[in-house]
Design a protein around this ligand. Structure first.
Ligand code: MG
Length: 302
């Protein structure tokens, strides 16, 4: 199921799902199905992953006419970030594709050695922005704005010391995050100023439930800048895969329902180009992950 957070009028955010190329409103669908459903992504996740099978059954038992009553054409709604306000920082993973480790060592302050454990950083909830919004290039802070397409993992439930064998049981679904990075804002190896500025985590367009992604370790991901392909890889090349990341992260801190892990970016970032390429006002990024969609954002200099 492709879940969406959306608005019809620009003020109230609503929860829905994609069906027959329309967005069915989740709360209204619950009402016509006599099965109360929430109006918020995190509240839906809190119901447990089993709710997805129940909703799927209900859809099958609902007539097309009844579904149309509670749905909107895609061109009359605006998609928002699937989780607009995460309950805690997004967990980011650095240097998690071999080629990106190599390009970073050529041009940034990293060593080029493959990490022996995941490199963990975080992005505050205020980094989140939706599809088709502006990513702010704050010229007071940076002249080196960069893009990073990533598979994002959304957790389904609380866990500590999760074994890699059971890790996917704790996953609710997947989305796309463009891990925007200001390369000249690292401070003595600390990445949060580089990664944590407002609008630095475009997310969406959908949260795809895990049953729709047969194998999260064989998913193509790519990014175009102004129509030119810059990144193109596959999650099979992750150094630490989703299972290993969940094992490691849950050893450090308790993972909870709705937590978001941005799993790292492949090669092809602007910092790795020769000469280096930094984004400027008006640049358009298209981040695509197979099975999820394409997340489009524009750079706006302030
Ligand atoms: Mg990244």
């Amino acid at each position: 199921m492709k879940l969406a957070t959306y608005t019809t009028d620009g003020s109230e955010s609503r929860l829905g799902f994609l069906h027959n190329n329309t967005i069915v409103d989740m709360e209204d669908f619950g009402e016509i199905s006599n099965f109360p459903l929430p109006n918020d992504m995190l509240e839906l996740i809190d119901m447990g992953f089993e709710v997805i099978a129940e909703i799927t059954d209900l859809i099958e038992n609902t007539s097309r006419e009844d579904l149309e009553e509670v749905s909107y054409a895609l061109d009359v709604i605006t998609l928002l970030a699937p989780i607009q306000k995460p309950r805690k920082n997004i967990i980011g993973i650095g240097l998690n594709y071999t080629e990106h480790v190599a390009e970073s060592a050529r041009t940034l302050d990293t060593t080029g050695k493959l990490p022996q454990k995941p490199i963990i950083f975080s992005k505050p909830p205020t980094t989140v922005t939706g599809p088709n919004t502006e990513v702010l290039l704050n010229t007071k802070l940076t002249q080196q704005l960069d893009y990073e397409v990533e598979l994002a993992v959304i957790m389904a439930k609380k866990g500590k010391y999760i074994s890699p064998e059971n890790a996917l049981d704790y996953v609710f679904g997947y989305s796309i995050i463009n891990d925007i990075s200001a390369r000249d804002c690292r401070r003595e190896g600390q990445w949060i100023v580089s990664k944590g500025q407002d609008t630095f985590a475009p997310m969406g367009p959908y949260l795809v439930t895990k049953d729709e992604i047969e194998n999260p370790h064989n998913v193509n991901l790519s990014l175009k800048l102004n129509g030119v392909e810059k990144q193109n890889s596959n999650t099979k090349l992750l150094l630490f895969n989703v299972n290993a990341l969940i094992e490691d992260l849950s050893t450090v801190f308790t993972l909870e329902a709705g937590d978001i892990i941005a799993t790292g970016t492949p090669a092809g970032v602007g910092a790795g180009q020769n000469p280096q390429e930094w984004m400027k006002d008006g640049d358009v990024m298209e981040a695509t992950v197979e099975g999820i969609g394409t997340l489009i954002n524009t750079v706006r200099a302030i």
